[in-house]
Ligand binder design. Structure first.
Ligand SMILES: [Zn+2]
Length: 389
């Protein structure tokens, strides 16, 4: 009953870089694109034992996966194509791998890939390798010898931590629509963590007042959430996370962590659909499901909503008003999901008018890498980096 011949995800190689494992894949959607998919060690090893990458043979990952009750493990499926013959092979995989497969399954177009933080550009790996070895950056179809590929991810080194508490920004008469307040910390925190914040008054927002800037992070929570929170914390700046309900279900701890550290949390819908293609009822379900799951964790109403792809219509406006939510769009699109490259993301920010901007970022390795430099740049421009409320 298993089907193993769905959408084409060609597996080109398996790589190990700095003790992290990556599948190099070629995805055939509306265009062809090469990406790297970070996976766990178990999945990488069992795939490597299954796919031999002989000359002429091609391997395609299937969207099929199942639960082997006897072995008590998840099983994935890969098709080997050689001389016109197809062969199904099974391998043990992690729960995370199967969950990510499910996220990839409905994707139709390249531009939708930004919702999948486990995918990134082959670029980022190349750069890391170049930094640490003179090795050619061609991909090889096997796990390479450890030493050759032991790339060191260069972590940002920052000399010291400022121990002083961040003072909340005083209310200023910016205009009558927007007031500056401080984010309140949740009650179980002994010390309140407060970041400067802007309270949005308009139902639709593209900007904040001049002199301020808002960093916004979409599509989490993900394994990058904590890293992003820690960077924002370190620089004592605000940040707003727009979470996808299905991701919240899988990673409630990351939501708690962002909340505990005083950052703003908004909804980015339950399943990340394009709202303009949905009926009023379906849009409503997307909103309320996400609100319920987030509010269960944060214990407060979700007042901010960012529509996936920024796509909204009059029904979206009616619904967000009904649920007392402000829509947050953006004025700077870093196109981080496209470049997946820290340098390029920073270049976009540096070449944009940042005062009063809302900057769109996604939770990814490239954003984690770029974030300290983005913050330093904005601070050099004398801007206050705020939470949205
Ligand atoms: Zn998104």
């Amino acid at each position: 009953m298993s089907v193993c011949n769905e959408k084409r995800v060609e597996l080109l190689a398996i790589q190990k870089v700095s003790n992290q494992f990556f599948l190099q894949i070629q995805l055939l959607l509306d265009q062809k694109i090469q990406l790297v998919w970070e996976v766990d060690e178990t999945t990488a090893n069992s795939l490597q034992a299954t796919a031999k990458f002989e000359t002429g043979a091609k391997y395609y990952l299937s969207f099929y996966h199942s639960w082997d009750a006897r072995e008590k493990k998840k099983v994935g499926c890969i098709t080997r194509t050689y001389l016109g013959k197809n062969n199904k092979k099974f391998f043990s995989c992690s729960k995370e791998y199967s969950q990510n497969l499910n996220l990839l399954k409905p994707i139709q177009q390249i531009k939708q890939l930004h919702a999948l933080p486990f995918l990134s550009s082959p670029h980022s790996l190349k750069q890391d390798k170049e930094r640490t070895s003179k090795q050619k950056t061609t991909y090889i179809p096997f796990l390479s010898p450890k030493l050759a590929w032991m790339a060191v991810f260069i972590m940002s080194l920052f000399a010291f931590l400022v121990l002083n508490e961040t003072k909340p920004v005083k209310a200023e008469a910016l205009n009558n629509r927007i007031v500056v307040t401080a984010a309140s910390a949740i009650s179980e925190e002994k010390e309140s963590i407060q970041h400067p914040a802007i309270k949005l008054k308009k139902s639709m927002n593209y900007n904040v007042p001049r002199g301020y800037v808002a960093l916004t992070f979409d599509d989490g929570p993900s394994k990058y959430s904590k890293k992003i929170v820690n960077i924002l914390k370190k620089y004592k700046v605000g940040g707003t996370f727009f979470y996808i309900g299905t991701n919240v279900k899988n990673r409630p701890e990351d939501v708690k962590y962002a909340k505990k550290n005083g950052f703003s949390i908004g909804s980015h819908s339950m399943n990340h659909p394009k709202f303009t293609s949905l009926s009023y009822q379906k849009q409503e379900k997307e909103l309320t499901q996400a609100n319920t799951i987030i509010e269960k964790i944060t214990k407060e109403p979700v007042t901010l909503f960012r529509p996936p792809y920024g796509a909204k219509n009059s029904n979206t406006s009616k619904l967000t008003k009904k649920y007392n939510q402000k829509m947050v769009i953006w004025s700077i699109d870093t196109r981080d999901w496209e470049s997946r490259n820290a340098k390029k993301i920073l270049t976009v920010v540096k070449s944009s008018k940042t005062s009063g901007s809302i900057i769109l970022l996604h939770e990814s390795a490239a954003v984690v890498e770029a974030l300290p430099d983005i913050i330093k740049h904005l601070q050099k421009e004398d801007l206050k980096i705020v939470n949205l409320q």
